[in-house]
Design a protein around this ligand. Sequence first.
Ligand code: FES
Length: 359
Amino acid sequence: MTGPVTRPLSGPAWTDAEALECAMVVPETADTATFTFRAPSGAWFDYQPGQFLTLDLPLPGGNVQRTYTISSSPSRPLSIGITVKAQTGSLATRWMLDHLRPGMRIRAYGPAGVFTNHRHPAGKYLFISAGSGITPMMSMTTWMWDSGEMPDIVFVHAARTPSEIIFRQRLEGMADRVPGLQLRFTVEETDPFRAWTGYRGRLNQIMLGLMAPDYLEREVFCCGPEPFMQAVRDMLGALGFDMERYHQESFAAPARNEAEVPVLDDVVPDETARAEVVFALSGVSAPCTETDTVLAVAKASGLNIPSGCTFGLCGTCKVMKTEGEVHMVHNGGITEDEIEEGYILACCSHPMGRVVVAV
Ligand code: FES
C-alpha cells in the first residue's frame, strides 16, 4: 500500500498510464461513499473542478468501465476522489461499495470533461443539482473556497430526504463562515428522526425565485438525472434566462430526435462501402464497412481500446490516427486541438476507407 505522503508536491502529475490505489473509503449516506485514490508513484493530480474519471472496475463477470464526476478539488492535489451512490440495479457502483477497499489498485482514464467553472468564469454562480449530481458542485465550491476567492454561489440541491443530502455538513461548515455561499436544499420527504425547516417538494419556478432572486444574473451549472435537468432547462427557458449561460453535465446518452441530429456537412458512412482499420501497434488489419466504429472493429479483432460512455462524451477511447479519414460525430469528449493533432474518439469514428490508428 502507498505510504504516508512525506514530501512536498513535486515531480510529474499523474497520468492514466499508472493504476490508482484506493487510499480511503468514507461513507457519506446510507448508499453513498467517497473513494479517495492516490498514485502509488506519489504523483499529484492535475485537473479542473467538475471533470470526471472513467474507472475500469474488475467485476466478477469481467471488467466494466464507468464514468464518475470527481468530487475532490484540484486545490488538494495529493489525492483524487469520487463519490458514488448505488442506484437500484447498478452493478458497478454496488460492487464498489461492497468490494473496493483501501490498498486495491484499479485502472482509471482521464480526467476529462468540459463541465467546469474554469471555462465559464463569472462573478455569481447558481449551482443546481439533484442526488449524486452534487459531486461536481462540491468540487467547484471547494476549489473556490481553497483559492481564497470569496464565492458568490447559490447552491441549490434536491434530495429525497434530509439524510440523503450528500456533503451536507461540509457544505454547512463552509456556508456558516462566509456569506457568499448560500445553501438552498429541498427534499421530497422529511426524515422521522431529524427536523427539517428547509424547502419541501420538487424544485419549481416559485421556489427558484425565492432561493435565488437574482438568478438571471448568475452563471448556471446543473447536474442530476436527465428528467431533473430537463425540468430545470424548461423552467429557466420559460423565465427568460439566457441559456448561453446554462451548463449541464450528464452521463446518459444524449437524446436523439430529428431536430437534434447534427447537420453533417461532410461525407456520411455508407453501409455498403468497404473500409479497413489497421491497428499499427498490434500488427492487425481488419476489413469492415464504413458504418462500423473503430471501437467495434477493435473489439471484433480481439483488441482492447478502453472505453466508457461509448457516445463521444467521456474521451476515454481517444486514440491517435496516423493515416486515413474518419467520420466522427462526438459529444464533447475531444477538443479541437486534439483533433488537429490527429486524435479521434474510437467509439464514434467511422472509417472512411483505409484508416491507420496507433493501437
Ligand atoms: S467511450 Fe466515451 S468518448 Fe468514446
